[in-house]
Ligand binder design. Structure first.
Ligand SMILES: [Zn+2]
Length: 369
């Protein structure tokens, strides 16, 4: 009996401590919930607390390419709280995220939310409609290397600009949803932005853990040049001084139910960890593999790539990752692992161009704190 009481008190103290930690995290990342009030007027549309609105962000016609749009849903919680931005479809062929947010939005109830969500349902509509992997069909730019964009730039730059101004700048926390693109294999992971130039890394890590994926990678933001060079959406979040994570699951434009459901559950857990909803997040998995940074493996010739299928495995420096052949079937040579690490994502082949990376290798660490 005594033991039960002691254990009860210990549990109570533990819960109190966790609650206090979460509360202090919240007050430090969105102290006055000022951005929540701004949602009353989103892109010239009035959105009352406790309601949801679908909004079309218009992308004007450019000098050399057509007009476009971005479908956005704003879920304005009844009570003040943090504003979470969730972006799907930065790469238009990565369908997992696009289907997952459709399902997720249908289940959100703004009347029960303390805080809000801005959801970009398809960030890169022209790429989506043309089923174009990586790049925009008009200017051939990668949206995820084009932030903050330009108001009067090419189509990709105008889309990036609209997302930077209307979504990232309005949020207290940013989640960017991806998967393996067309022709890619991928082991599910969450990327967390840390280092001296990132904001509230501990909160980003706890939201990352809430996805219950097997792998977590930290990207350390040490220099401004890192943030500015070919700036991704996550790095735009870092530049705006908000905590941010990258979510990656499914390969080759997956529409598998298991991947969609994993993303959906992770998004729900994010809302509870951020205090927007009162639901309790499922406990995080114990067996997470942690990584600090990644390195790519570029090839020296264009041609046909035949991987050995080492995706999702630990590899050693010197391992043969696959064979490269020319267009006439002659073997150009093996591609060799340049370091030990974990095969995180890469190209299924056969198409490969000189300079492209056939694999991204993550560097394992014992833990991330
Ligand atoms: Zn992507």
């Amino acid at each position: 009996m005594f033991y039960v009481k002691v254990s009860y008190v210990a549990t109570f103290i533990k819960r109190w401590f966790i609650t206090m930690c979460l509360l202090s995290a919240h007050t430090s990342f969105a102290e006055d919930f000022a951005k929540h009030d701004e949602l009353l007027n989103f892109s010239n549309t009035v959105i009352s607390p406790g309601t949801l609105k679908n909004i079309t962000l218009e992308i004007a016609q450019g000098a050399n390419d057509p007009a476009s749009f971005i479908p956005v849903t704003v879920v304005h919680g009844a009570k003040p709280g943090p504003v979470l931005a969730v972006v799907a479809g930065v790469h238009g062929y990565e369908y997992t995220s696009i289907i997952a947010v459709n399902k997720w939005i249908a289940a959100l109830n703004p009347r029960q939310m303390s805080g809000s969500v801005i959801i970009v349902r398809v960030a890169h509509v022209p790429a989506f409609e043309e089923r174009s992997i990586y790049v925009n069909p008009y200017d051939r730019k990668n949206l995820n290397r084009s932030f903050p964009g330009k108001k009067h730039g090419s189509q990709t730059e105008r889309i990036a600009w609209a997302i930077s101004k209307n979504v990232v700048a309005k949020a207290d926390f940013l989640i960017d949803l991806h998967s393996g693109d067309g022709g890619e294999w991928l082991s599910a992971f969450v990327g967390v932005y840390g280092g001296p130039l990132a904001s509230n890394y501990p909160l980003a890590l706890s939201v990352a853990k809430g996805f219950n994926f097997p792998n977590i990678v930290r990207y350390k933001m040490n220099t401004q040049q890192q943030i500015d060079t070919k700036r991704s959406l996550n790095r735009q979040g870092v530049a705006e001084k908000i905590p941010t994570i990258l979510v990656e699951i499914g390969e080759n434009g997956s529409t598998a139910t298991q991947h969609i459901n994993a993303m959906y559950t992770g998004l729900n857990n994010s809302l509870s960890i951020l205090g927007v909803t009162k639901s309790i997040a499922a406990p995080s998995r114990e067996n997470v593999d942690y990584f600090e940074g990644t390195r790519s493996v570029p090839v020296t010739h264009s041609g046909l790539w035949f991987p050995k299928g080492l995706g999702g495995q630990y590899i050693k420096k010197g391992d043969v990752l696959g064979v490269l052949k020319d267009y006439f079937g002659q073997t150009l040579g093996n591609v060799i692992a340049p370091s030990d690490g974990f095969a995180l994502y890469g190209l299924k082949g056969p198409a490969i161009k000189k300079g492209q990376s056939i694999m991204t290798i993550a560097q394992p660490v014992s833990t991330l704190q």
